[in-house]
Design a binder for this molecule. Structure first.
Ligand code: ADP
Length: 482
């Protein structure tokens, strides 16, 4: 089976969030069973020499709207997965993935339109059986695959419904799309063009990154304006929970840590905490360490944390937050940190530091208002850090409350139901109470650290999905199995 997997971000080449992690780990996990090639744009921020990316002989023009655009394909191996880079106008000359300090690039429709046209061309040339698209940046490929009668079955994965790729109506013409598509049941969205709708409407199957989120997005609360539209496609919608790359996130081998440790070595985890907290001026470094590693955006519950901050910091804890994002959060968090000696906020995106924080933390706060899957809680559990999560989406699917689930020995953290400061604070108090019971805490931590959070079982679900799409009704397979 030949699979082409297209995404706007793939770790380690470009990452703004979990999409990049998944777009590395999933093809990697699938590569044992299928012939998979990943493809992404060649952004100006990617240093080809650093990543051993080389130009190939493959180059062609793609037509988007009235224009033709030259495309050259580059290639690298990413943990054994052939990864292609589309070198096309609008990417190489810019450092941002989607925008810069002044906002989103105004020609994102054309940039990612060219990328998608190249993806479809590649799928055609490779004779791909499955074209796996991810998020709005790749959605036009579903429409073009349908127009060009591509042999490949098209899977479209929604990693976050909140980002839909919405453009002015003129964009229709720029991309050369017929006005016939500009209806409510296809691309039209309040007078504008919505790419997410294209991905949903024109793909053969739609997945989200957790079963709970697949259900939630059918409701007005989580549907981001598309719940009604999505309900029309519920027959092809399902959820498969993400995993993490346990090779990259491995406390026993992680080169970023002060000291490696495993489930049998809780002292090793403590050494990481001591080494990290001493870099910051906490008055009492021995206190339980609450951590957050997050984009500073509304989704992640930053407002909730700010509302609860006085209550949280009145508890006998230290809080360490690493984040990048909205400026107004930065100012408010800086203000709170200046008022409280037990709160350190670090701004920026720092992969190695994030690993040290996961290793050092006692408790991870993840109060997301909605969460398609969430990787932080999986990483935290793998590093023996207790997650405190809001009961939404993938958090609901992956973290079971210790007080509710422990009878079946499957409790993994603390889950709170309502996005209210009191509920968050109460959840943290419950986490602290668990910490004070070392035997029970150690039991939960060991259970979490020994759990397989890798992409293995998720990859099996995707494989089943691919196969079910390729099996014709009469049972004779359309393709040979690898
Ligand atoms: P999202 O994709 O919505 O941001 P996920 O939980 O799916 O959230 O994935 C977030 C990923 O990005 C995790 O690997 C997390 O550790 C990482 N991350 C988030 N913010 C930072 C940061 N400031 N520095 C380093 N890593 C970060």
């Amino acid at each position: 089976m030949k699979v082409l997997f297209a995404a706007a971000e793939i770790h380690p080449y470009a990452k703004s969030g979990g999409l990049a992690d998944v777009s590395q780990s999933l093809p990697n996990a699938l590569s044992a069973a299928v012939e998979i090639t990943a493809v992404m744009p060649l952004y100006g921020s990617i240093d080809p020499a650093h990543h051993a990316i080389r130009a190939t002989d493959l180059h062609f023009d793609v037509s988007v709207g009235d224009s033709r655009h030259p495309v050259r394909i580059h290639e690298a191996q990413n943990d054994g997965v052939a990864t292609l880079f589309v070198d096309a106008p609008g990417f190489g000359d810019r450092h941002g993935l989607y925008g810069d300090a002044t906002g989103e690039y105004p020609d994102n429709d054309l940039r990612f339109g060219i990328f998608c046209a190249a993806v479809v061309e590649l799928a055609q040339r490779f004779g791909s059986d499955v074209l796996h698209l991810n998020d709005w940046h790749t959605a036009p490929a579903a429409l073009w695959a349908r127009e060009k009668r591509l042999k490949a079955r098209v899977i479209y994965t929604i990693h976050n419904l909140a980002y839909q790729g919405v453009f002015e109506a003129q964009s229709l013409q720029r991309l050369g799309w017929s006005r016939d598509y500009f209806t409510m049941d296809m691309l039209e969205f309040y007078g504008r063009v919505n790419w997410m709708k294209a991905g949903i409407a024109f793909s053969d199957r739609v997945t989200t990154v957790s079963p709970a989120y697949a259900q939630e997005i059918l409701t007005p609360e989580f549907g981001c304006g598309l719940d009604g539209f999505l309900s029309g496609y519920r027959h092809k919608l399902s959820g498969i929970v993400n995993g993490i790359d346990t090779g990259h996130f491995d406390p026993e081998r992680d080169p970023s840590l002060f000291c490696n440790y495993g489930p049998d070595d809780p002292e090793g985890k403590k050494k990481n905490k001591h080494a990290l907290v001493q870099s910051y001026a906490y008055k009492d470094p021995e206190r339980p360490l609450l951590i957050m590693v997050t984009r500073l955006v509304h989704q992640k519950g930053i407002d909730l944390v700010l509302e609860a901050i006085e209550m949280l910091l009145a508890l006998p804890v230290n809080l360490l937050m690493l984040g990048e994002g909205d400026e107004h959060y930065r100012l408010q968090l800086e203000g709170a940190s200046a008022r409280h000696e037990n709160f350190v906020i670090l701004f920026g995106y720092d992969e190695a530091l994030s690993h040290r924080i996961y290793a050092a933390g006692d408790i991870l706060l993840m109060p997301s208002l909605f969460e398609p899957c969430g990787l932080n809680q999986l990483i935290a559990m793998h590093y023996g850090t207790l997650p405190v999560v809001h009961c939404v989406g993938g958090l609901k699917d992956t973290v079971h409350d210790v007080d509710i689930a422990d009878k079946e020995a499957c409790g993994r953290g603390i889950v709170f139901e309502t996005a209210k400061p009191e509920a968050l604070t109460h959840a943290v108090k419950r986490a602290l109470a668990l910490l004070e019971n070392p035997e029970r805490f150690a039991q939960v931590m060991r259970r979490n650290m020994e759990c397989d959070f890798s992409f293995k079982s998720s990859a099996e679900r995707y494989l089943e999905l691919y196969r079910s799409e390729l099996e014709p009704k009469d049972g004779s397979s359309r393709v040979k199995r690898k």
